[in-house]
Design a protein around this ligand. Sequence first.
Ligand code: 6CS
Ligand code: FE
Length: 313
Amino acid sequence: MNHPAEKIDELSEDLYPSRSGAQPRFIERLDPVIYSAPDSPDSPLPTEQLKHYREQGFLVLEDLFSAEEIAGYQREMADLRANPAVSRAEETITEISSGDVRSIFRVHRFSALFARLAADERLVGIARHLLGDEVYIHQSRLNYKPGFRGKEFYWHSDFETWHVEDGMPRMRALSMFITLTENHDCNGSLMLIPGSHQRYVVCSGQTPENHFKTSLKKQEYGTPGDSCLAELVDKGGIVTVTGKPGSVIIFDCNLMHGSNSNITPYPRSNLFFVYNALSNQVGKPFCNQRPRPEYVCARKGIRPLRGDLCDGA
Ligand code: 6CS
Ligand code: FE
């Protein structure tokens, strides 16, 4: 057992340096993908799904929610969108050129229904098992990706940003997307590079001040560079995740992903919860910048999710 002081040192050490001006390159992942023991009898997922998640870095689950529940989530999304107080909030990010709503961050603070969903044991039980710890919400958001003019999300590893800009120490977090519209192969659905979570791409450039003000609309720093990206795709290919509303996509924090613009009339809207291990709480950012706002990265009032209402972030 480590002495607590050693533990703190261990977590404040920059094991995944990035954006320090060097050329993009790979370093090996130093952390497990699944933290619970492989033979753990209380796994909420069968062995084949655990294997898929460990090797590919993602998993798609359908039929976790009833048709009534999904209809309720869709109504809630429409209500949030029509709510002028939400549109005016700093948590609401608009598209650069059209001004349409792109994302609503900390969405569980605007909606009791989504706060309950974030804390729902069907999701939290899986997160707790994969991360081998109690979990809390590091970030939540509703991505609208409106029809006709919804813009892309360029290729990135979420962990790279959370490590550099938020001070997340280790790869011990995951995202869950709950699809709220049909995700077709033509309306800017999520694209994943299977297996890319096993390597970390050190990105070039440096983090500008107040980067979040532009990166949440269009990310230009913390992106992998053409040759690393080509190598990852050469090895793993690209999977476009399509599916009916209510599907759940679970993916590792270091999986390389992105999505195209949406020029179809069909909006592609997804709810996004990021679960982080309680032992992996964020510290000082690993870049030379101030911490990002609480609505992008939770720091205050962190407590483990236990099937109740999630209000910590
Ligand atoms: O900056 C962030 O934290 C986020 N940006 C992207 C493009 N994906 C994950 C996360 O929401
Ligand atoms: Fe992302």
